[in-house]
Design a protein around this ligand. Structure first.
Ligand SMILES: [Zn+2]
Length: 210
């Protein structure tokens, strides 16, 4: 299990942002066109994904399994959270219920290059929210945010070695997260758990030896 640790060296790039131009995306129009071109299999009982595979990956909008694996509806289960962490209780809840309601043969853990989880720590995030700067973009959080944030583990990637490259840190996080699932009581031993690194520059999803 990979967690933030007090010995992890502080990053000089905490909270790094590279904001790009805001676009107005017409979600309603996009959905209208989609619905006119056929919808997903809408049978009443779920039979699980055709590939019998679940993919857990990051919420980053550049890291989309539907695109890099060319998935269609019902091809695979996709679970996403910040970093694509397996030690997130929400991920375990989803994986447990998928195994209870359908057959699962493989779980792919896919982390990606240049992930935002490289650029925060648990303490930095909690301090930032607790400070609740009214000048922050989009304004402050609501009252009570300090209590709520203390109860959350933000699961950043751990910088254990100043010499390691960012890509090595991400690949090490894949290994830790695969190991976590392989030993978790709610993941059946019959389910294969594999690790992958999505290289944004090449579009290749590279295997990680785990
Ligand atoms: Zn990410």
């Amino acid at each position: 299990m990979t967690t933030d640790s007090p010995s992890a060296g502080p990053s000089t790039t905490l909270g790094r942002k590279a904001l790009k131009a805001h676009i107005q995306y017409d979600f309603v129009q996009a959905n209208q066109e989609y619905s006119e071109n056929g919808t997903a299999d809408a049978q009443q009982l779920t039979s699980g994904p055709r590939s019998r595979t679940a993919i857990i990956t990051c919420v980053d909008s550049r890291s989309s399994p539907e695109h890099f694996y060319q998935l269609k509806e019902n091809d695979a289960i996709v679970i996403r959270n910040g970093g694509g962490r397996t030690n997130d209780p929400g991920a375990i809840r989803s994986l447990a219920i998928i195994q209870a309601t359908s057959e699962l043969k493989e779980i792919k853990v896919v982390h990606h290059a240049n992930c935002g989880s490289l650029f925060y720590t648990d303490k930095w995030t909690k301090d930032m929210v607790t400070e609740n700067d009214v000048r922050a973009p989009a304004g402050p959080y609501r009252d009570g945010c300090g209590c709520w944030v203390q109860a959350i583990s933000f699961l950043p990637f751990c910088r254990k070695d100043d010499e390691a490259s960012d890509d090595e840190i991400v690949k090490n996080s894949v290994k830790g997260d695969v190991e976590y699932l392989r030993n978790h009581p709610l993941i059946k031993p019959s389910v294969l758990v594999t690790g992958w690194f999505y290289n944004l520059a090449t579009g290749i999803v590279e295997p990680v030896e785990c």
